[in-house]
Ligand binder design. Structure first.
Ligand SMILES: Nc1ncnc2c1ncn2[C@@H]1O[C@H](COP(=O)(O)OP(=O)(O)OP(=O)(O)O)[C@@H](O)[C@H]1O
Length: 364
């Protein structure tokens, strides 16, 4: 089911400027693999190298072990869906989809059967005679998807396909894309800068920054155990606060503000007693408590958002953190209240101050 894609030490230069300098990753057959990163990090550049719109200036791209660097776009058997749909306004839905089949030498009956089939797969069959201006954004994107899939490609490439849709439709369409991708079983490379979308849709994610892969993993691995501070801050919201490691025999503790400490079970052995570290704590990984032994702070602002309440808290260290409490946890705390916060030790992550790399054990 699907093909494997090997990206082996690839380089991309625009004029004299190197934007990707020796990037490697492997995409498994049939998986939905997402390239995630901030604007300008090189996601689209890499996607365009895979389909062949961009030259490969070093290294190799292989599909099922075959090097494709010099294979023309039309011979790569790949389908692509763009942010702006790129469907033709003067053609009906069915004509747009048929356009993808033009280069194949199918009989009329074969073409019709392929078009009918793919319209059903993407749930657009009831609109086959409509022009795109009579369709919603989501329906237009389904047409673009059908046109990419109708040629029965080996690989599907999607570049920010949901960016032009409103928030509600984006969620509906990401579910639809995931379902269709699984039904077809096609190896898919998906580009987005939206971390929530990436978490929701992907089998695996590569987080990129400045042309360099920061981490590759399943959504929950990347969220729970980010490999460096960039990933911790790019995926979701993370507060970063300073703390010190304390070692007592075989036990490791993290000490905040010189006094409040928690025992940690999943820190690498190489951390040293007294080592200063950066700790990333997501807003929901704090607990507000009455215990004076925890980290003291004052509530600067309170925002009630229904299911959760968000607090901006200034700690006595001067650090400002966002704290989220579930509605069931506590009564709403007014601004100006002195509070204490604790962390949930199994969820927080420690990073080296110097290189900002994780100090947590791999695979946890
Ligand atoms: N045709 C080009 N010529 C010169 N530089 C380019 C070209 N295309 C992209 N770049 C540069 O290469 C870098 C990577 O761009 P790319 O479009 O791949 O990033 P991206 O992560 O997809 O960002 P976005 O989400 O904004 O599209 C950027 O610094 C960009 O300015």
């Amino acid at each position: 089911m699907g093909v494997a894609i090997d990206i082996d030490n690839v380089v991309k230069m625009y004029d004299e400027h190197t934007v990707i300098d020796g990037l490697s990753l492997t995409i498994q057959p049939g998986e939905l693999f997402t390239l995630l990163g901030p604007s300008g990090c090189g996601k689209t550049t890499l996607l365009r190298m895979i389909i062949g719109f961009n030259s490969v200036d070093g290294g190799a791209i292989k599909v099922d072990g075959q090097r494709i660097n010099d294979v023309p776009v039309s011979k790569r058997k790949m389908g692509m869906v763009f942010q702006n749909y790129a469907i033709f306004p003067h053609m009906t839905v069915a004509e747009n989809i048929a356009f993808g089949l033009k280069t194949l030498k199918d009989s009329k009956a074969q073409m019709q059967s392929k078009i009918d089939h793919i319209m059903k797969v993407v749930h657009i069959q009831d609109h086959h005679s409509k022009k795109p201006d009579k369709l919603s954004g989501g329906q237009q994107q389904r047409v673009a998807l059908a046109r990419a899939l109708v040629i029965n490609p080996n690989v599907l490439l999607m570049d920010e396909p949901l960016s032009n849709l409103d928030a509600k439709l984006r969620i509906e369409m990401r579910n639809a894309i995931k379902e269709i991708q699984q039904e077809v079983g096609i190896t898919t490379v998906y580009v987005t800068h939206d971390q929530e979308e990436a978490l929701a849709i992907s089998d695996r994610i590569a987080v990129m920054n400045k042309g360099v892969i920061q981490q590759i993993g399943k959504p929950e691995q990347i969220y729970l155990r980010p490999s460096n501070l960039f990933v911790a801050q790019f995926i979701g919201t993370s507060n970063v606060i300073k703390a010190k490691v304390e070692k007592q025999g075989t036990d490791t503790f993290i000490v905040f503000n010189g006094e409040y400490k928690e025992k940690l079970d999943n820190v690498v052995e190489t951390v040293e007693n007294g080592q200063e570290v950066l700790v990333s704590v997501r807003p929901q990984e704090f607990t507000i408590t009455q215990e004076a032994s925890a980290i003291a702070g004052v509530v600067e602002s309170t925002m009630f958002l229904g299911i959760n309440t968000h607090y901006l808290v200034t700690l006595t260290t001067g650090e400002r953190v966002e704290v989220v409490q579930h509605i069931e946890d506590k009564a709403i705390i007014p601004e100006g209240t002195n509070i204490y916060v604790k962390v949930k030790p199994h969820l927080i992550n420690l990073f080296d101050v110097a290189n900002e790399q994780t100090l947590m054990k791999a695979g946890e």
